[in-house]
Design a protein around this ligand. Structure first.
Ligand code: NDP
Length: 348
């Protein structure tokens, strides 16, 4: 398939790009600068030499016509995977820094596809559990989250804090995409991938440890000794490995049955305390790690049972994600954390 992948320099997109190329798809990925394109090209020189990988420079997705040129290609695109969206809390203006790039980026690319790329049959958008969760309900142990749930966040709440702003950006962007489908009746079908916290090895270029993507930052902080005296609250207690998220994106593009569905891709529970424990087991040489008695970072009283339930059936049945094994949680968590910490050390 001839694919346009946005935000190729990102954590999740890098794994998605790798998988697309390995599966034989022909990819153009958008990045913000030529320097970023050159770094990805160097990592995939043989694919680039074969003409299987190309680049388009899109400096700012918040500009409404950002993708007008990028969607045009020869041979024409058959699918678009839109992952680019700001995920950080380092913002001064929630609207300008988070909402606009998320919402305008999403509606902008859909408009460009409808206008100039009628051969595109499937669009996959990276949404988030942020577009599903109802933060006001807290741990909500009696509730089972699924694709039926929508974050009820309002425009007023969106500007209350950067975290509210991020969650609103994902909610409003995904809503805008489904709304576009209904009102514009384009040639393509849509699938959204809604992962919770995504962890795993870094395979994209990192200029410095400071530029570590937001979700992996907490594992970095734990490894750096920042959890020594007190482990911060976990927040959302559910996660998935980045390699499964990449698989979800590619499967949602390849599989006919994924058309017009959301996918709540979640693998299992975790806590910051467990992350710290795993780092201690895997990297006994690290200093300043928390001990058994360090406060914070745990599940609420009652453990995992006191947290909401999740339904990930659709991701397993339709996308074929391999996230069901019973021992999956702890073993996979150790594996992911170990790989991540190694990759962080290697990347810097
Ligand atoms: P990254 O920060 O690594 O990736 C974000 C990507 O978006 C980068 O390529 C970034 O480019 C690009 N981008 C951001 N703002 C703009 C802009 N204004 N113009 C052009 N490009 C922009 O994070 P992730 O890989 O984690 O995030 C990818 C997607 O996954 C996002 O949509 C995010 O919301 C979603 N997601 C992530 C989760 C996680 O836990 N990691 C969980 C759920 C969803 P550059 O690096 O050049 O700034």
């Amino acid at each position: 398939t001839r694919v346009l992948l946005t935000g190729g320099s990102g954590f999740i997109a890098a794994h998605t790009l790798r998988l697309l190329l390995e599966r034989g798809h022909s990819v153009v990925t958008t990045v913000r600068t030529q320097t970023k394109a050159d770094k990805i090209k160097a990592a995939y020189q043989s694919y680039s030499d074969k003409g299987q990988l190309g680049f388009a420079i899109v400096p700012d997705i918040a500009s409404p016509d950002a993708f007008d040129q990028a969607v045009i290609s020869d041979p024409p695109f058959e699918a678009v995977l839109h992952t680019a969206s700001p995920f950080h809390f380092n913002v001064t203006d929630v609207k300008k820094d988070l909402l606009d790039p998320a919402i305008i980026g999403t509606t902008g690319i859909l408009k460009s596809i409808k206008k100039s790329a009628p051969t595109v049959k499937r669009v996959v958008i990276t949404s988030s559990f942020a577009a599903i969760v109802n933060a006001d309900k807290g741990f909500w142990p009696e509730h089972t989250y699924s694709e039926d749930d929508w974050n009820p966040i309002t425009e007023e709440q969106a500007t209350e804090s950067p975290i509210h702003g991020y969650r609103a950006s994902k909610t409003f962007a995904e809503k805008a995409a489904w709304n576009f489908l209904e009102t514009e009746k384009p040639n393509f079908t849509l699938a959204t991938i809604n992962p919770p916290m995504v962890y795993g090895p870094i395979i994209h270029n990192l200029d410095s440890l400071e530029s570590m993507n937001t979700s992996n930052q907490r594992i970095l902080f734990a490894a750096q000794g920042k959890f020594k005296d007190e482990i911060p609250p976990t927040g959302v207690h559910v996660w998935i490995d980045v390699r499964d998220v990449a698989e979800a994106h590619v499967a949602a593009m390849e599989k006919e049955a994924a058309a017009n569905k959301r996918f709540f891709t979640v693998a299992g529970y975790f806590s910051n305390k467990e992350i710290a424990q795993i780092i201690k087991e895997e990297f006994p040489q690290y200093k300043d790690l928390p001990s058994e008695s360090t406060p914070g970072g745990d599940y609420p009283e009652g453990g995992v049972d006191a947290v909401f339930k999740f339904n990930n059936k659709r991701s397993i049945e339709v996308l074929g994600l391999n996230i069901t094994a019973h021992f999956h949680h702890r073993r996979q968590a150790s594996n992911t954390t170990a790989l991540l910490v190694h990759s962080v050390i290697m990347a810097t």
